[in-house]
Design a protein around this ligand. Structure first.
Ligand SMILES: Cc1cc2nc3c(=O)[nH]c(=O)nc-3n(C[C@H](O)[C@H](O)[C@H](O)COP(=O)(O)OP(=O)(O)OC[C@H]3O[C@@H](n4cnc5c(N)ncnc54)[C@H](O)[C@@H]3O)c2cc1C
Length: 550
């Protein structure tokens, strides 16, 4: 039997410790032992218990839903009350008997996934199925975010020609309180048949409502579960190398000609993934770090082949981790770091010795890059891995709470103008950050921050080892935003990361709210539909209130 347990006055922080406080009422969903016979039974059992719980909560404080608390912004975290959903993690195949008569799917091409399951759990489940292995299409750098939490902020990676993690979702089951168990899917793409009606109080098949509900920002109710569409199994080889870039490369990138880039890097094959890290201060001088995934038929390997470059693979965070490990500061940082403190930054200075060393070690990213020359490998040397294997490594513990992570999206059509402008904006600033460029197309969801038909997501990854370094990062980011605005290059910030977001910025991208056809207006109409007045008090968070979206 599923249960919900209460712990009072519990000390809590999010993953990167940008928030830390004592939670007055911390509830945790406990899944119980009995294995559910199938997906609908799985969803039914948890929805019943969760709806009861929500019905008993007075609406003065928000429910405070927690996925894995990997968000850095205050879109997650609520001192009055929280509900931890990590055990809402059942997964089961969508079988033929569950499918809608008009569906385009065959049995076992999709999975019922509890909202609290991580993408790692999903990838392991579908990739390791003996009978009919499948895979996931995309993810962030790591797989430890919950499915519900990550779709809610439109988390993404750099799968070429594809959107964010939310693009894999084809149905959502909300458990929003007694009488408000609601199934939502697209009318144009029906998935689940009569079992949805048996399971829920209401079934909504409507394309607009689905798009609104998908990127929920924690404000559409409790995602009890979703249906994830999976893909045919595939193997990839990951290649990572440095090579200086120039205006021609930038023109290929703006055009989305990744094949030309792969050929120029020595791999004449269409890549399925490309991301690139550039020096913000000298993008066309310092060698950039290129990461490609190519499809391969090579046999799977369990661990990276010995000839593979000995560099962490997880994008910039990995590279910062590598820099930390080179200076032997990572381990010390873990032990020397003071206990988490309230608000954004530690109220006590980190250990002065490593803090000073860290500044010295990372003050000049030119030096960092020049020591970061990685020998290209061949696909044969690198071996093959599934998507799940490629992203399975968790972030290094030494990076926890040390990273200043912000991101924003702009149109790929503006890349040739935007990159030099951003670089110019930060000249002379402290060099505590890098740019990672990732690429998405047609991100699903009304409130997806990568809202352009082809978006560049610029990850601004820096350090926040001291309040002053964090503040320097934030100032640089603000200068970049200002420069883009002056150049009339539209952008939208990542909902879950650091950096300035305010109602004006949001209205520029998604408003104005007074226009009933605007994204904000449509999103709010769906919020009313799914929640009603009582539910809107329960499903909100500090960020939504500040942004004028609650
Ligand atoms: C180490 C690290 C790496 C990251 N890498 C990337 C990356 O590669 N790409 C990228 O785009 N982002 C990345 N992020 C950001 C991260 O993906 C997002 O913050 C994501 O939303 C976190 O998922 P979560 O499960 O931790 O959700 P949480 O942070 O716990 O929650 C996010 C929102 O969803 C709500 N929520 C959670 N569960 C439910 C539920 N069951 N029902 C309804 N609402 C719910 C919460 O209330 C909150 O509003 C990274 C963050 C970290 C710390």
């Amino acid at each position: 039997m599923a249960d919900i347990v209460l712990e009072r006055d519990r000390a809590w922080t999010n993953y990167h410790e940008t928030q830390a406080f004592t939670v007055a009422e911390h509830y945790r969903y406990i899944r119980g032992n009995a294995p559910a016979p199938d997906g609908p039974a799985l969803f039914g059992a948890s929805a019943q218990r969760l709806c009861e719980h929500l019905g008993a909560l007075p609406g003065r404080a928000a429910a405070g839903l927690l996925g894995r608390a990997w968000s850095l912004s205050d879109i997650v975290g609520n001192p009055a009350r929280q509900l931890e959903l990590d055990q809402l993690d059942g997964i089961a195949w969508v079988e033929g008997v569950h499918l809608h008569h008009r569906t385009r799917l065959a049995p076992r091409q999709a999975v019922f996934v509890g909202g609290g399951a991580t993408w790692k759990q999903v990838a392991d489940f579908v990739e390791n199925d003996r009978q009919s292995p499948r895979t996931i299409v995309t993810s962030g750098s790591h797989l430890a975010q919950s499915v519900a939490g990550s779709i809610g902020t439109a988390t993404g990676g750099s799968r070429l020609g594809y959107g964010g993690v939310q693009n894999q979702i084809i149905a959502i089951h909300f458990a929003n309180g007694p009488g408000r168990s609601i199934w939502v899917e697209r009318a144009s793409d029906p998935v689940i048949g009569h079992v949805a009606g048996d399971l829920c109080d209401t079934v909504i098949r409507n394309d607009g409502v689905f798009e609104d509900a998908l990127v929920h920002l924690g404000g559409m109710g409790l995602v009890n579960g979703v249906v994830v569409e999976t893909a045919a199994p595939a193997r990839f080889t990951m290649l990572k190398m440095t090579k200086p870039v120039d205006a021609t490369w930038l023109s290929w990138l703006q055009a989305g000609d990744y094949d030309a880039i792969a050929a120029w890097l020595g791999y004449p094959q269409a890549p399925v993934y490309y991301e690139v890290q550039v020096d913000p201060f000298a993008w066309d001088k310092t060698p950039a770090i290129h990461t490609l995934y190519l499809r391969t038929e090579a046999p799977l390997i369990d661990t990276p082949a010995p000839t593979r470059p000995n560099v962490p693979v997880a994008g910039l965070l990995g590279n910062l981790g590598w820099a930390l490990s080179r200076t032997d500061l990572g381990a010390e940082a873990c032990t020397a770091r003071p206990a988490p403190a309230a608000n954004r930054f530690p109220d006590t200075e980190p250990h002065p010795a490593w803090c000073q060393d860290m500044r010295n070690a990372l003050a000049d990213l030119h030096a960092y890059y020049s020591t970061c020359l990685i020998t290209p490998t061949t696909p044969e040397q690198s071996g093959a891995q599934t998507w799940g294997q490629l992203h399975a490594t968790p972030p290094a513990p030494s990076q926890k709470a040390l990273i200043y992570s912000a991101a924003f999206a702009f149109s790929q059509d503006r890349l040739m103008r935007a990159l030099p402008i951003m670089s110019k904006a930060v000249q002379g600033r402290p060099r505590h950050f890098l740019f990672t460029l990732r690429f998405t197309r047609s991100a699903a969801g009304t409130m997806a921050y990568a809202r352009f038909p082809r978006s560049v997501v610029l990850d601004f990854e820096g350090l926040k080892v001291t309040p002053e370094i964090a503040a320097a990062c934030e100032e640089s980011l603000t200068l970049i935003h200002r420069a883009l605005r002056s150049a009339r290059i539209a952008f939208s910030p990542h909902w879950a990361k650091l950096g300035p977001i305010d109602p004006t910025t949001i209205a520029r991208g998604f408003g104005p709210e007074t226009d009933p056809e605007s994204r904000i207006a449509r999103w709010k109409v769906t919020r009313d539909l799914l929640l009603g007045a009582e539910g809107k008090r329960l499903f909100r968070n500090a960020a939504l209130e500040r942004w004028g979206l609650a």
